[in-house]
Design a protein around this ligand. Structure first.
Ligand code: KIV
Ligand code: NA
Length: 270
């Protein structure tokens, strides 16, 4: 099957048309690839896989390593990598240098940046130089320190209007889609309807053109921090713990390894 491009994602406008999940590793990317259009290598890996209490400590090298692993595991899905905190805010030139590394050192097709109107010039600079960009608006975890924590956005008229302005500004400078996180339904609907590019939502109602969730949340593999929108489809943590407990019992009881797991053990005469 053919690789889905960012242009293809851009053309997938319409409620619920885009299916997306996050991945940080090759095996997880491989498992989801047949079912998703877009894999986002999120800096949520800092919290989910490294145990940090925010995404701020995530570095460009971490994102390059995870991005390359995910690209190796994906045949079909479009792969977009998060730019980590501090790698794009300072100047458009710095943003370009780091975004170029993310694409050239991984083979991913696009990058994602968190921001509002202050970031429009940077997005234009990147897109005009060949880098597909997905701006991330609404609840922006990299900005939790200035946003009063992880709180839903776009509650009142002024806030909804600002989200629409930001999304339209990003569309006008060539963003291929926008990600909207933690946004009230009415605002999410207005943002989605005001764009010709798709709005992919996380915690932003079914009004969006697509949905994304953090994979470890839906699998029940991460519970340090669970937002309202993180639907848990299965409790894999419980299943994994059962296996570890069984392995422990078998080793201590001398039941593992059995004959079939060993080299050169003679069959016992019966
Ligand atoms: O880091 C992350 O997992 C994200 C998701 C919203 C895609 O940014
Ligand atoms: Na992120």
């Amino acid at each position: 099957s053919q690789k889905i491009t960012t242009s293809k994602i851009q053309a997938m406008k319409g409620r619920g048309s885009i299916v997306s999940l996050t991945a940080y590793t090759k095996p997880m990317a491989e498992l989801m690839d047949p079912f998703v259009d877009l894999i986002i290598v999120g800096d949520s890996t800092g919290m989910v896989a490294y145990g940090y209490d925010s995404t701020l400590p995530v570095t460009l090298d971490m994102m390059i390593n995870h991005g390359a692993a995910v690209v190796r595991g994906s045949q079909k899905a479009c792969v977009v990598i998060d730019m980590p905190y501090g790698s794009y805010q300072e100047s458009k030139e710095l943003a370009f240098r780091n975004a170029a590394r993310l694409l050239t050192e991984t083979g991913a097709q696009g990058i994602k940046v968190e921001g509002g109107l202050e970031l429009v010039e940077t997005v234009e600079f990147l897109v005009s130089r060949g880098i597909p960009v997905m701006p991330h608006i609404g609840l922006r975890p990299q900005h939790a320190n200035t946003m009063g924590g992880f709180k839903a956005q776009g509650r009142d008229e002024a806030a909804a209007k600002r989200l629409v302005e930001e999304a339209q500004a990003f569309e006008s400078v060539g963003a291929f889609s926008v990600l909207i996180e933690g946004v009230f339904e009415a605002a999410a609907r207005r943002v989605t309807q005001s764009l010709t590019i798709p709005a992919i939502g996380i915690g932003a109602s079914p009004e969006c053109d697509g949905q994304v969730l953090v994979t470890e949340d839906i699998l029940g593999l991460f519970s340090d921090y669970t937002p309202k929108f993180a639907k848990k489809y299965v409790d894999l943590s419980a299943q994994i713990k059962d296996v570890f407990a069984l392995y422990e019992r078998e080793v201590r009881a001398g039941e593992f390894p059995a004959e079939e797991h060993c080299f050169g053990i003679k069959k016992q005469p019966t």
